[in-house]
Design a protein around this ligand. Structure first.
Ligand SMILES: Nc1ncnc2c1ncn2[C@@H]1O[C@H](COP(=O)(O)OP(=O)(O)O)[C@@H](O)[C@H]1O
Ligand SMILES: [Mg+2]
Length: 234
């Protein structure tokens, strides 16, 4: 599903600076449909950069990224937008819900980029909220929700277009450990029951242990890749 070959990323130099060191220096990885992958590594090692490239939110500067066998660098803006809205759903550490919109309206936002008719938006968004056990919060504003509820609303927003892949960047980073566990149980259920591919960035070993595959990043490359179920290297 996702193949990275010698993937590289160098950000442009900030004004007045010398050219910066590359952040990703040749990432090689293969992610299959239905995988549950955790990416770990020190702060600043390029985990978010990698996730943003996977989700077509950012461009890479070298190597190859094949999504369903197609080179992403060759995508036009329409194909990229389609990947962002149909293939991937994003979940972030700080939820990124719009404070001025209700939970229902937040969850409805990505539907604008779908083929679903407008008259069905409420129904689709509500049933997604229901599947996460928070339909009763649909008319509330994010500020009235607990952190765990906000993250579940954000997961609903990520799911509403039925993406194949959930990309989650430190999704439990702003939550206490019990709430973090509940969020991980939700992601595990999506993986097991809805066959979602999950790619999760975390610096917490306990959170990573929910995944089937563990990728360790170091110095802009994949230092290790373990199969958690089988034991040993991938
Ligand atoms: N938009 C950007 N412009 C320039 N440098 C960036 C940008 N985003 C991230 N970086 C740099 O790239 C490196 C990796 O960042 P990041 O991918 O956020 O790491 P991680 O998520 O592993 O903590 C850091 O040194 C960071 O300062
Ligand atoms: Mg990060």
């Amino acid at each position: 599903m996702i193949t990275l070959e010698n993937l590289q990323k160098t950000y442009p130099a900030a004004h007045g600076e010398n050219s910066p060191a590359p952040v990703l220096r040749g990432v090689l990885v293969n992610i299959e449909k239905g995988d549950f992958v955790a990416i770990m590594g020190k702060s600043g090692c390029g985990k978010s950069t990698l996730l943003n490239i996977l989700g077509c939110l950012d461009d890479y500067t070298g190597g190859r990224y094949l999504l369903y066998g197609k080179e992403v660098a060759a995508f036009n803006s329409k194909q990229k937008a389609r990947a962002r809205s149909k293939t991937f759903g994003f979940v972030f550490q700080s939820f990124h819900l719009l404070a001025s919109e209700t939970v229902l309206d937040n969850v409805k936002l990505p539907l604008r980029y779908s083929d679903i008719p407008k008259k069905d938006y409420d129904k689709v968004a509500l049933s997604t909220l229901e599947s996460l056990g928070i339909a009763h919060l649909s008319s509330k504003y994010p500020s009235a929700l607990s952190g765990g509820e906000q993250q579940r609303a954000a997961i609903a927003r990520a799911l509403v277009n039925s993406p194949d892949v959930i990309l989650a960047d430190e999704p439990t980073g702003n939550l206490d450990s019990d709430t973090g566990k509940l969020i991980m149980k939700t992601l595990t259920r999506l993986h097991e029951e809805a066959a979602k591919t999950i790619i999760l960035v975390t610096h917490d070993v306990k959170i990573a242990s929910y995944a089937d595959k563990l990728i360790e990043m170091r110095d802009g490359v994949i230092a290790n890749c373990f199969s958690c179920k089988k034991g040993g290297e991938c």
